[in-house]
Design a protein around this ligand. Structure first.
Ligand SMILES: NC(=O)c1ccc[n+]([C@@H]2O[C@H](COP(=O)([O-])OP(=O)(O)OC[C@H]3O[C@@H](n4cnc5c(N)ncnc54)[C@H](O)[C@@H]3O)[C@@H](O)[C@H]2O)c1
Length: 366
């Protein structure tokens, strides 16, 4: 199959859909991979690396779309890309259709086959192509939190791990899923005193079994959260209710119970946030302050570490890319139920119920 890897042209997106290692795996199987010139640059991969792995470098995005049967990328196509997508294309990327009617209409019109990373789903309900990005965001939340606790950037001026003779900081992690576990691990590794809260007792038992001694588990409730606020230095919000808006666990009045310079990082900002005072921010201006509390709520945290994010993402997408290239989308989806869940729009028809419902459009079984 002929596979195209274009540059991501969405603002501030430095990831790329395939690493040289992915190209190598595909060319080894006699597929042809066209990579747009400098597509990997933002993630630290150079044209020569791709050529060595067997790719053909093309100058423009138009060239890549024209040469390829399948497009592998990262972010949803933006308006400028709509016209490049044709009926013979299979497009494998994050789409997030339900949040854009314009994109949905454009892909219906293109008659292409659109397979969305975010709806590829395993039998246990987990979303394997979203997990690495939650892992990145969870780990990064502590890195960012530690930085914003520094005094020159308006934090409390406390070192997470303390020093001999000075106690460590207190970190409260709300939500013990992928984000929460990674955040708690990082904070614990730095020596902080960590509490992780969840409403799922099975998950709390699991966490209690795997975490070091400086991580404590607690059932998540308003009473318990309020009790922690006066002595907490850093709060991480990593709560998720599948398919729904995040519950507001930190309300505006609670800010008054925190010490000035407390940092709160709302990783769940992309689902509306789990703090009442959260509004989405960007890497250019990641924080704002309300009631002396530093808020960090960047909606695409993995974008700041494109090397790690690209490799993490392509580690999990590549096995599916290989299946799609070897078997074509129809056979590959027939043979793999997880991948079949990724089918969103097929030859002008919406085949994912929630997307059809979001825009009151017709739905057809794939
Ligand atoms: N900002 C970013 O760049 C970025 C990147 C990746 C993920 N995210 C977001 O981070 C959030 C968490 O993702 P995840 O992969 O860890 O989800 P997850 O499903 O693995 O974990 C969510 C956890 O929240 C728990 N929870 C639900 N209600 C709760 C409550 N009232 N109190 C405490 N815990 C509660 C659930 O039991 C679950 O364990 C999602 O909204 C996701 O979209 C953001």
């Amino acid at each position: 199959m002929k596979i195209g890897v274009p540059i991501e042209i969405k603002n501030n997106e430095n990831r790329v859909g395939m690493t040289p290692s992915g190209v190598f795996e595909l060319t080894k199987r006699n597929h042809t991979v066209f990579v747009q010139k400098d597509a990997g640059f933002g993630s630290g991969f150079f044209n020569e690396d791709y050529v060595k792995a067997g790719a053909i470098i093309l100058d423009t995005i138009e060239d890549v779309y024209a040469a390829a049967e399948m497009i592998v990328k990262v972010k949803e196509p933006i308006e400028k890309e709509y016209a490049l997508i044709k009926s013979h294309h299979t497009v494998f990327t994050y789409f997030h259709f339900a949040s854009s009617e314009a994109l949905t209409d454009a892909m219906i019109e293109s008659k292409a086959v659109c397979i969305a990373y975010e709806t590829v789903e395993d039998a246990d309900g987990s979303l394997p192509l979203l997990i690495p990005m939650s892992e990145v965001a969870g780990r990064m939340s502590i890195q960012q939190g530690a930085k914003y606790l520094e005094k020159p950037i308006k934090g409390r001026g406390i070192l997470l791990g303390g020093i001999p003779g000075v106690p460590p900081a207190h970190v409260l992690v709300l939500g013990g899923g992928i984000v929460g576990i990674q955040a708690a691990k990082m904070a614990a590794g730095l020596g902080a005193n960590v509490t992780i809260m969840d409403v799922n007792m099975k998950q709390l038992r699991h966490i209690a079994n795997i975490m070091p001694e400086n991580v404590h588990t607690e059932f998540s409730s308003e009473y318990n959260i309020r009790r922690h606020l006066p002595q907490t230095d850093l709060i991480i919000g990593g709560v998720l209710l599948k398919g729904a808006k995040a519950p507001k666990l930190i309300t505006r009045d609670m800010l008054k119970e925190m010490r000035p310079g407390t940092v709160i990082v709302d990783v769940a900002v992309d689902q509306g946030g789990c703090f009442e005072t959260t509004r989405p921010t960007t890497h250019e201006e990641p924080t704002y302050i309300i009631d002396d509390v530093v808020h960090y709520s960047v909606a695409n945290m993995p974008g700041a570490v494109p090397y790690t994010s690209t490799v993490g993402l392509t580690n999990v997408t590549l096995p599916y890319v290989i299946k799609l290239a070897n078997e074509g989308w129809e056979k590959a989806c027939e043979n793999n139920a997880s991948l079949a869940k990724g089918l969103n729009v097929v030859h002008g028809k919406i085949v994912y119920k929630e997307i059809a419902e979001a825009f009151d459009l017709e739905f057809e079984m794939a």
